[in-house]
Design a protein around this ligand. Structure first.
Ligand code: GLN
Length: 476
């Protein structure tokens, strides 16, 4: 098998047995990017030189057996939402088109500290707003399985880079589904950890009470490896969870015999693609075959989740994005008569259509007279959504659902109709509102209670062991 198709744990074994060097592995991935990225357009920035230097350092660590981790010498990409010192960080927006951060985000710092090699920054929907990566201000990313289809979004560049073997792992963010939905569209594993499990420091803010970083990987073992490196308390993020990070791989072998898997009736709805429903039902049979007990559960407030999300997320976005005013950093349109005019012109030419729509929606629902009716009401219903999960997890260990109502859709199919686009996240959004962890594996979504990533990974692993999906690669 090609080096670029291997998992982290397979590469790591070869690196530690000295069958291959980190420089060779990195060169293989850079070669692959050169070969296929013109077709997928997964990357906004490729940092070849810095990657080769990091690979040389990793080879030194491996030779000295010095601070070696399972990530040492492993080439990864990160969504262009994570600040990278000295490397352009655009959030796929014109307003940050030339922004070069003076510091690394905590996630990037931790990855570098583990010896991982950063290959570059992946494409996304502008400010992570979207489900198809078509909202990038720069270009569209194509699905490596079918070039007429979207890779999902907003972390579509990361998912496409994974499917096309342009990195061994990637890091995305998930505010309403942006890791899990593109993972499903591209046939890879995507994990959204518990809110606060991974530091948000240096991650460009969209909706701060929902945003969470997580890994894209080829299999569940790799997701456990990546989460171990990424997770942990960070004094620079006051919402980060102050709890010890377990060795997530130690959960995997337990299997799912006797585990109670909740099946929420509200997630098997009309309008769902029959092929998706069949694939998910087949996956549930696999779990049952592996010894899990399927139990019906109810999450009665599911139908309000999309509405609640689009009030809460837009409100938070409107306040987070107020910082892009042409004064502190990023784009400034200079041909303005006065300060107010400069703000207006900068924001008008710097933000794309979807971002403007969200800012307006959010500003509206926060304004005097509407706050009580919209934002406050949404926050109250959000508590009901969270309470649904807390009640359901009293009768089951994990919950299994579809990740998205359809498979990857065609480019252009939903972009003119924001409401249809928003409905792509119908199954992923509640998890963010409740702050719980969820993993998407081909094919289906498994949710767990707070900080119980261990059981989520264990169930996903048991499923993966009984299937072959994670071994498939597209021919591009
Ligand atoms: N698609 C959703 C949105 O547009 C979720 C995005 C995300 O998780 N970042 O808001």
């Amino acid at each position: 098998m090609e080096l670029t198709s291997l998992t982290i744990h397979e590469l790591s074994e070869r690196l530690s047995r000295k069958e291959v060097s980190a420089v060779e592995v990195t060169k293989a991935f850079l070669g692959r990017i050169g070969e296929v990225d013109g077709k997928t357009r997964a990357y906004i920035t490729v940092t070849a030189e810095a990657a080769l230097e990091a690979a040389e350092r990793a080879d030194g660590m491996l030779a000295r057996k010095d601070d070696v981790t399972p990530m040492t010498g492993i080439p990864v990409s990160v969504k262009d939402i994570f600040c990278t010192r000295g490397i352009r960080t655009t959030c796929a927006s014109k307003i940050l088109g030339n922004f070069i951060p003076p510091y690394d985000s905590t996630v990037v710092k931790k990855l570098k500290g583990s010896g991982a090699v950063l290959l570059g920054k992946t494409n996304m929907d502008e400010f992570a707003m979207g489900s198809s990566t078509e909202n990038s201000a720069f270009f569209k990313t194509l699905n490596p399985w079918a070039p007429d289809r979207v890779p999902g979004g907003s972390s579509g560049g990361s998912a496409a880079a994974m499917a096309a073997s342009e990195c061994a792992a990637s890091v995305g963010t998930d505010t309403g589904g942006s890791i899990r939905q593109p993972a499903a569209c591209c046939g890879v594993v995507g994990l959204k950890p518990t809110y606060g499990r991974v530091s948000r420091f240096g991650m460009v803010a969209f909706a701060s009470s929902l945003d969470q970083a997580g890994p894209f990987t080829r299999d569940v073992t790799d997701a456990a490896i990546m989460l171990k490196v990424m997770a942990g308390h960070d004094p620079l993020d006051s919402t980060s969870v102050n709890m010890e990070v377990p060795d997530y791989r130690s959960f995997l072998a337990a299997g799912c015999k006797g585990l109670k898997v909740g099946i929420p009736k509200e997630y098997f709805i009309e309008g769902m693609d029959p092929d998706v429903e069949k694939a998910v039902r087949d996956a549930l049979d696999v779990l049952k075959g592996a010894g899990a007990e399927l139990v019906p559960v109810s999450l009665p407030h599911t139908e309000y989740a999309v509405a609640v999300y689009y009030l809460v997320a837009t409100a938070e976005a409107s306040s987070n994005l107020a910082r892009y005013d042409g004064v502190k950093y990023g784009l400034r349109v200079n041909e303005a008569g006065n300060l107010l005019d400069m703000y207006k012109k900068t924001r008008d030419s710097g933000f794309g259509g979807e971002v403007k729509r969200r800012i307006m929606l959010g500003t509206y629902s926060l304004s005097a007279g509407y706050y009580e009716a919209y934002y406050k009401k949404a926050s109250q219903v959000r508590t009901l959504v969270r309470d649904d999960f807390s009640a359901a997890f009293k009768t089951c260990d994990v919950i299994a659902t579809p990740t998205a109502p359809t498979a990857a859709f065609r480019l252009g199919e939903k972009i003119e109709d924001p409401l249809t686009m928003y409905l792509s996240d119908i199954f992923t959004i509640s998890c963010n509102l409740a702050g719980i962890p969820g993993i998407s594996v081909p094919c289906g979504l498994i949710l767990g209670w707070k900080v119980d990533e261990g059981t989520v990974l264990r169930t996903a692993y048991a499923y993966e062991q009984a299937t072959e999906w994670h071994k498939r690669r597209p021919a591009i």
